[in-house]
Design a protein around this ligand. Structure first.
Ligand code: KG4
Ligand code: ZN
Length: 359
């Protein structure tokens, strides 16, 4: 079955085709970064209007790339939450309308579940040889095995989850204030790096020396799996206000911030693996693209006998492929009726706030 995936929860329009027999057929993303840059952050109304403009052309593009007609689609999956309400509604309306016209099911997907399962989506479609079966034919084609620990680090969420199987997610800990990506973005803003800040800050950090400025490692020794990043951001603010920073000072501060944030993330994620006696850690979400975080996890993971898996770099940030893939896995696991009931009231609805444990 070919599943169309549509992602419009924030500032990226993602459309993808996932074939349960052949893997990922095509995916395309339009980033709105250039549009929001002038405002220093995402402007929700502009985001919604842009998604509307992009969806149909992106769909035509992926269909052409895969060489298939839309009539061959077996289901249309879309991000139903969490995210910006208006932006979610554009993708939901498009998907529900298309599904109705084609007479196929429309499948609401939880955005974080998309991220969470994305590392299982190998970038080589040839790896997916078996079709979806209720007995989990899909899973047997995957390199990863359940259960595993997942570190979800995006612009809006920082969570450590224990993933028993598709749909069974136990929250072990989360950020009590800012998400890791948000902390990267706000710190980047303090350093005058613009939006989106995470990748820019990581780039600047490469030329800096950590340790010259001393920043805290919040909650590193708290004994639980929770995080706090707002104090770290405030510590950067204090350093920025203390004196005029030359370019090298900014780079050193960026490097120290990255060290502090990634140390806490890596330490806690690996501690969760040890506590649950699980030897696989899956990292998902935009901050999962951070090279220093990957380096720390790989090095410490190797020492501790823990395998660390990431999505392909291109699939770390928001995309339609993870939405199509999550829907395909849930479909095979029989997980759909409940999600539909929760998301719909008569017609359909989106859930801008939607805890992952409630799917
Ligand atoms: O998962 P994502 O694309 O969107 C959300 O669902 O939030 O994550 C976006 C977040 C942003 O905060 C962005 O700054 C951060 O991921 N990010 C990074 C890097 N690439 C993206 N943070 C640190 N280092 C990076 N290389
Ligand atoms: Zn995301």
């Amino acid at each position: 079955m070919i599943v169309l995936g549509i992602e419009t929860s924030c500032d990226e329009t993602g459309v993808a085709l996932y074939d349960t027999a052949r893997g990922l057929l095509a995916h395309a993303i339009h980033s709105q970064v250039a549009m929001h840059e002038d405002y220093g952050g995402v402007v929700p109304e502009l985001a919604s209007r842009d998604h509307i403009k992009r969806l149909a052309p992106l769909l035509a593009h992926v269909l052409a790339e895969a060489g298939i007609a839309k009539e061959t689609l077996g289901a249309v999956a879309y991000t139903a939450g969490p995210g910006l309400a208006g932006a979610l509604l554009t993708g939901a309306s498009f998907a529900e309308g298309l599904a109705l016209a084609l007479g196929v099911p429309a499948l609401p997907v939880h955005h974080l579940e998309g991220h969470l399962l994305s590392p299982l989506l190998a970038d080589d479609p040839a790896q997916f040889s078996s079709d979806i079966t209720p007995a989990g034919g899909h899973e047997s084609a995957l390199k990863l095995r359940f259960p595993f620990i997942a570190l979800l680090v995006s612009g809006g969420h920082t969570q450590i989850m224990c993933v028993q199987q598709v749909g069974a997610y136990e929250l072990l800990g989360e950020s009590l204030d800012d998400a890791a990506g948000e902390a990267f973005d706000k710190t980047a803003q303090l350093l005058g790096l613009g939006y989106p800040g995470g990748p820019a800050l990581a780039k600047l950090a490469e030329t800096g020396v950590a340790g010259r400025f001393k920043l805290p490692r919040p909650m590193l020794a708290s004994g639980d799996f929770n995080f706090s990043f707002s104090g770290l951001k405030t510590a950067v603010l204090t350093a920025v206000r203390a004196s005029a920073l030359a370019h090298q000072d900014q780079a050193d501060l960026a490097a120290e911030f990255q060290e502090a944030a990634t140390e806490v993330l890596a330490t806690k994620a690996l501690a969760a693996c040890r506590q649950r006696r699980l030897s696989t850690l899956v990292v998902a979400g935009g901050v999962g693209a951070n090279r220093r975080l990957r380096q720390r996890l790989d090095e410490a993971g190797k020492r501790q006998g823990i395998r660390v898996c990431y999505p392909a770099m291109a699939l770390c940030t928001d995309n339609g492929a993870m939405i199509a893939f999550a829907a395909a896995l849930r479909l095979s696991a029989g997980g759909y009726d409940m999600a539909r009931e929760q998301c719909r009231a008569g017609g359909f609805a989106v859930r801008p706030r939607w805890p992952l444990q409630e799917i």
